[in-house]
Design a binder for this molecule. Structure first.
Ligand SMILES: Cc1cc2nc3c(=O)[nH]c(=O)nc-3n(C[C@H](O)[C@H](O)[C@H](O)COP(=O)(O)OP(=O)(O)OC[C@H]3O[C@@H](n4cnc5c(N)ncnc54)[C@H](O)[C@@H]3O)c2cc1C
Ligand code: FES
Length: 249
């Protein structure tokens, strides 16, 4: 893990309230495991704490993030312009294991699709991607994922693709004979709980990427502690990826 100086290449809105931020880093990027995240400096004097964002893509010296405006930190990020300088601490957390599996199913909900995109970009396996959004207007990265595998776009309101949740779309495919070796999921808690249950029902190894409020992002402040297999773990340092059998018990 290192603190890198970066320069903003682009920062543009790709869906309502959702931005893609590309940063060029001054020195070669380290090895990044899909599912790892970064702590980004916020360009505001009264925002001392950095904000955690999943690494979407890392190629050559360019690192990409996709973020949704939530509060003052992410709102301030929208004001970054080409050429602005910022610090980025990375790579943090453990990332997804089993990337050499033959068949991987990715299940993402909303901004949860971001770290899964890093899996798609780096893995050579057969990928089936089930990405869910509230509507077509709020969907992101669909064409980007399509470069790497079969994508089932799911919308809650039926405005595009499969009308329903991505976990249901995956289950329908499993009932038709599709059997992934491993499932990776990131998204809202109800989606991750449903995917945990699906993995258990069909005996498929399943990993979930958890999100917790974070202070330091490096294991020092304990803000992000959660129960994993009955003991306290730090989501930033011991996670954010955990085997589904160990969480939401
Ligand atoms: C490992 C990880 C990866 C993430 N990846 C992404 C991503 O790729 N794209 C994206 O849009 N969002 C992502 N998030 C959520 C994102 O970090 C929060 O939306 C963001 O920190 C909110 O900051 P804010 O200042 O706008 O909101 P505020 O609510 O004003 O934040 C106040 C404080 O709470 C912390 N905080 C608030 N919400 C969260 C949250 N959900 N998770 C962690 N800390 C939070 C902030 O860091 C800050 O210190 C990720 C969170 C984690 C833990
Ligand atoms: S955020 Fe500080 S220990 Fe995890």
């Amino acid at each position: 893990m290192n603190d890198y100086f970066g320069e903003v290449l682009t920062n543009k809105e790709i869906a309502p309230g959702v931005y893609r931020l590309d940063i060029i880093i001054s020195k070669p990027l380290p090895h990044i495991i899909p599912g790892q995240f970064a702590m980004l400096e916020i360009p505001r004097e009264d925002c001392i704490l950095r904000r955690p964002l999943g690494i979407c893509s890392a190629k050559n010296n360019v690192i990409s993030f996709v973020y949704q405006v939530k509060g003052e930190g992410t709102q301030s990020l929208t004001r970054l312009e080409k050429g602005d300088k910022m610090k980025v601490l990375l790579p943090l957390g453990n990332g997804f294991p089993n990337l050499k599996a033959n068949n991987i199913a990715l299940v993402g909900g909303g901004l949860g699709v971001v770290p899964l995109y890093a899996v798609a970009e780096k893995s050579d396996c057969n990928l089936s991607v089930y990405n869910g959004f509230s509507s077509k207007e709020n969907s992101i990265l669909t064409q980007d994922f399509e470069k790497f595998g079969r994508v089932v776009l799911c919308t809650d309101d039926g405005s595009a693709g499969y009308h329903g949740y991505p976990v249901n779309a995956l289950e329908e495919d499993i009932k038709k004979g599709y059997k992934p070796d491993v499932i990776f999921c990131c998204g809202p808690e109800p989606l991750m709980k449903a995917v945990k249950n699906l993995g258990a029902r069909y005996e498929i190894l399943t990993y979930l990427s958890l999100e917790q409020r974070m202070g330091c992002g490096v294991g020092a402040c304990l803000t992000c502690t959660c129960k994993v297999a009955g003991s306290n773990k730090r989501v930033c340092k011991d996670g954010p990826v955990f085997c589904s059998t160990e969480v939401f018990e």
